[in-house]
Write a protein that binds this ligand. Structure first.
Ligand code: G3I
Length: 431
């Protein structure tokens, strides 16, 4: 995500090593992420596409109030943990979504009186942010607090109706204390262009910055279709928020349609973000059309077979990349390595590492994989391992030569010995 500083350097390094995600490769320093549903991570093509293409993950539903605190004071994090663990094992950033929202809110929250509701809101923020403290890049602290249309008014919700306008800043103050390292975002839809709703959000952010209320970023969801096309003033709108001193992010991008029209619309969004220095990343709202919340509109970059659509090519071109690793024509041998769990049982699992050559052919590769103690690797195939503690360096058995963009794989069987943690791919080097 960040446009400068450590992540920029890390991304450049990853790019040189060939371990950055494909959509990130084109533009190190800005993340390109997707919404992730825990329930699909076991599908090999889903996980492979996620791991290969994206460097940021937003749990699509797993961190929402109904998922994390279905009854007061009882917190359940198993589904959210699955997304966070998977993402972090792949070196991805994680966006937190979302803490205070009128939707997917269990009915017990709406039944509370004002004092109890305030306590419950702050406790919810404390507990959920506390669980993932230090692991979340940006949090959508408050989501969709404004009404649609021209009124510029706040949306009716238990929080708004019982606590008044002040609940939003209270939520941000609580969030800052709960995880001081996380960027705190306000997130909304139909705020992508300059309009009455976005102007009401703008006034709130301006007021927060003037009064020192902790806010670091504004999320623009970016749900587009023929009734709500990509606005011509998207860039100008992002820029006016950035000029207030906050980062801006496209947080839930999907664009209904197909073919060239859809591809052009995606490119316009990417161009708008790239034109704004403080636009630090883009998240698309799902990996594949088939699992989109509006799958009938085929709004994403990969179709139901995980084939890249023209929209994907347009995004990659707009980002300025070739999609294969390394700069085009650079003459540098690079590779990427991505991990997938291919089988799982009580005491063990099988893993597969896919090694893909970058934009140049390669004649050999080496991939490092770190296993969590006390796991033990029982067998490997299609690679020759060497060991340093729990770090395996795998080199080709017979499969070192790859054409540009071509892939090979190797596998292993691991005894869990009580630890279900995913191995971490450290890097891939090629010659
Ligand atoms: O998991 C259950 C399943 O067990 C059950 O059989 C099925 C029956 O309806 O429901 C499944 O849960 C659904 C869940 O998605 C997982 O697929 C919920 O009904 C459904 O309401 C929920 O929809 C989510 C929606 O938020 C709810 O508001 C979408 O996945 C999610 O993409 C969408 O995301 C929102 C953002 O959080 C905020 N901005 C708008 C965006 C799009 O609506």
């Amino acid at each position: 995500m960040r446009t400068d500083g450590p992540r920029g350097a890390a991304a450049r390094e990853a790019r040189e090593r060939g371990t950055a995600a494909r959509l990130e490769l084109a533009r190190p320093g800005r993340y390109f992420g997707t919404a992730v549903a825990a329930g699909h991570l076991g599908e090999a093509d889903y996980a492979a596409t996620l791991d290969r293409e994206f460097n940021s993950a937003t749990p699509e539903n797993e961190m929402k109030w109904d998922a994390t605190e279905p009854s007061r004071g009882t917190f359940t994090f198993s589904a959210a943990d699955r997304v966070v663990d998977h993402a972090r094992a792949q070196g991805m950033d994680v966006r937190g979504h979302t803490l205070v929202w009128h939707s997917q809110l269990p009915s017990w929250v709406g039944a509370l009186g004002a004092a109890d509701l305030r306590a419950a809101m702050n406790d919810h923020i404390d507990q959920v942010m506390g669980r993932y403290k230090g692991q979340i890049h940006s949090w959508d602290v408050v989501n969709e607090a404004f009404q649609d249309g021209g009124s510029g008014a706040r949306r009716s919700s238990p929080f708004q109706d019982k606590l008044g306008d002040g609940y939003i800043e209270e939520a941000f103050r609580t969030a800052r204390a709960a995880d001081p390292a996380a960027k705190l975002c306000y997130n909304d839809y139909n705020t992508d262009g300059v309009n009455a709703k976005s102007t009401a959000v703008y006034a709130m952010v301006k007021d927060f910055k003037a009064r020192g209320v902790p806010i670091d970023c504004v999320g623009f969801q970016g749900h587009f279709n023929s009734n709500s096309p990509v606005p011509a003033d998207l860039r100008a709108n992002l820029q006016r928020f950035a000029d207030l001193g906050v980062d801006v992010q496209i947080t839930e991008l999907d664009i209904e349609g197909s073919g060239t029209a859809q591809a052009d619309a995606y490119a316009r969004v990417v161009d708008a973000c790239l034109a704004v220095d403080r636009c630090t990343g883009i998240t698309v709202w799902g990996v594949t059309d088939k699992y989109s919340w509006r799958s009938g509109g085929t709004p994403l970059l990969f179709d139901g077979n995980y084939d890249a659509k023209p929209a994907y090519d347009a995004v990659l071109a707009a980002l300025g990349g070739d999609g294969g690793g390394g700069e085009p024509g650079e003459g540098t041998a690079t590779c990427t390595a991505t991990y997938t769990r291919t089988a799982d049982w009580n005491s063990g699992y099988n893993g597969q590492i896919t090694v893909t050559a970058g934009s140049e052919p390669i004649s050999s590769w080496a991939a490092t994989v770190t296993f969590a103690a006390p796991q033990q690797v029982q067998a490997t195939w299609n690679a020759t391992p060497s060991w340093s503690g729990n770090v395996m360096t795998a080199r080709p058995s017979w499969n070192g030569t790859l054409a540009a963009g071509a892939s090979t794989g190797f596998g292993f069987t691991v005894s869990k010995n009580g630890s279900d943690a995913a191995p971490v791919v450290g890097g891939c080097t090629a010659s």
